[in-house]
Design a protein around this ligand. Structure first.
Ligand SMILES: C[C@H](O)CC(=O)SCCNC(=O)CCNC(=O)[C@H](O)C(C)(C)COP(=O)(O)OP(=O)(O)OC[C@H]1O[C@@H](n2cnc3c(N)ncnc32)[C@H](O)[C@@H]1OP(=O)(O)O
Ligand SMILES: NC(=O)c1ccc[n+]([C@@H]2O[C@H](COP(=O)([O-])OP(=O)(O)OC[C@H]3O[C@@H](n4cnc5c(N)ncnc54)[C@H](O)[C@@H]3O)[C@@H](O)[C@H]2O)c1
Length: 310
């Protein structure tokens, strides 16, 4: 085979690899979001490896995925226990949970990061994975608020980097936002969008701007709800009832704040205030700061705007 045709074939092979659908996925972070993303990827036939820091954490993630699956199958296969068990067994059969991130990316087509919302920790992780993952592997972050470009700079694969922003709870929320940075190649964007659809979500595309689409609208709405209560215009309960019955929302803003986590919302708001200090929507919120200072993060700690049985 001539030299030029070898280049041509290799080129096709390389680019063909970038065009082939994503089949093997590694998810780093098995918390609220990582376990949900793993669940929907495994239940749609993808080979999934989930990584977290300790065996105890991944064991807990396995239990939480099984618990969520048991809720899903009751609706998917009503009155058919055999089909329910088969679906759960097949999904769990596609899942490997471990604590070694480097070995977990060795044969990944896609790596989705869903670890703590901390830029330095995300950058450190991606820099390590960039050395370990194959050339064709696409990287994506599930970050709520950090610009994807600020994470991607830690790697040498900006053309194979994007954002996949899923919503909580992942098995129930039908949307995934697909975010591209200027370097994201067409092949990468197409692969990310196809993966979002393959796991059963509706995809939307947005620029790498603050909060992408949903959070840019939802976080200010939730914080404005707190300011409305701070002014004494209405109680948290009445504001929740009003938005559920008056606007058809499944949860009121204070229920949602406690559901997503007050620490997460404060992190997002503080980041946006720092980068745009005069924007009235991003001004610090006293009640939010007080609850977070008291470690009252909402459902995850048993108390936020409301109290929960832990
Ligand atoms: C900040 C981030 O970056 C971005 C975000 O994520 S912002 C947050 C986005 N998410 C939202 O806005 C969530 C809004 N809330 C909702 O959509 C709904 O309240 C909800 C889907 C969470 C719960 O559904 P709802 O009908 O209100 O109540 P619920 O009785 O808990 O669930 C009904 C059924 O849904 C299914 N379900 C709910 N949660 C589930 C889960 N985690 N796993 C599997 N199935 C679930 C179950 O079948 C459940 O029936 P069951 O209780 O008999 O098992
Ligand atoms: N909670 C939400 O509603 C929501 C929705 C969409 C996106 N997000 C984003 O998803 C990401 C994860 O959020 P979450 O709510 O699942 O958090 P979480 O705290 O539930 O889970 C984070 C997990 O990452 C693990 N982790 C941290 N550092 C790690 C490392 N270096 N290597 C491996 N694992 C590590 C932690 O042990 C933990 O299990 C964040 O970037 C967040 O902004 C959150």
């Amino acid at each position: 085979m001539s030299f030029s045709s070898k280049i041509f074939v290799r080129g096709l092979a390389t680019s063909a690899k970038q065009w082939s659908p994503i089949k093997t996925v590694t998810i780093i972070g098995s918390g609220l979001m990582g376990s949900g993303i793993a669940q929907v990827a495994a239940s749609t036939g993808h080979k999934v490896t989930v990584v977290d820091q300790t065996q105890d954490i991944v064991d807990k993630a396995s239990a939480s995925i099984k618990k969520s699956l048991s809720r899903v199958v009751k609706k998917k296969f009503p009155d058919d226990p055999k089909a329910q068990q088969t679906y759960i067994a097949d999904t769990m059969g596609h899942l490997t949970l471990q604590t070694d991130a480097v070995s977990a990316v060795k044969s990944a087509d896609l790596v989705v990061e869903a670890i703590v919302e901390n830029l330095d920790v995300k950058r450190k992780l991606f820099a390590t994975l960039d050395e370990a993952a194959p050339q064709h592997t696409v990287f994506a972050s599930n970050t709520s608020s950090i610009p994807i470009k600020d994470i991607a700079v830690a790697t040498k694969r900006g053309d194979r980097f994007g954002g996949l922003h899923f919503f909580n709870p992942v098995p129930m929320m039908k949307l995934v936002e697909v975010i591209r940075i200027p370097e994201t190649s067409e092949e990468t964007y197409n692969a990310l969008e196809a993966f979002g659809k393959a796991v059963g979500k509706k995809t939307v595309q947005c620029k790498d701007e603050k909060g992408f689409i949903v959070n840019r609208l939802l976080v200010p709405y939730m914080v404005e709800s707190i300011r409305l209560a701070e002014r004494g215009d209405a109680s948290t309960r009445d504001i929740d009832v009003a938005m559920k019955l008056g606007a058809g929302y499944p949860m009121g803003p204070f229920e949602l704040l406690d559901y997503v986590g007050l620490d997460t919302i404060k992190f997002i708001l503080d980041g946006w205030h720092e980068s745009d200090p005069t924007n009235p929507l991003f001004q610090p919120c006293e009640s939010l700061n007080k609850l977070v200072k008291e470690n009252k993060f909402g459902m995850k700690t048993g108390e936020g705007f409301y109290s929960y049985d832990k």
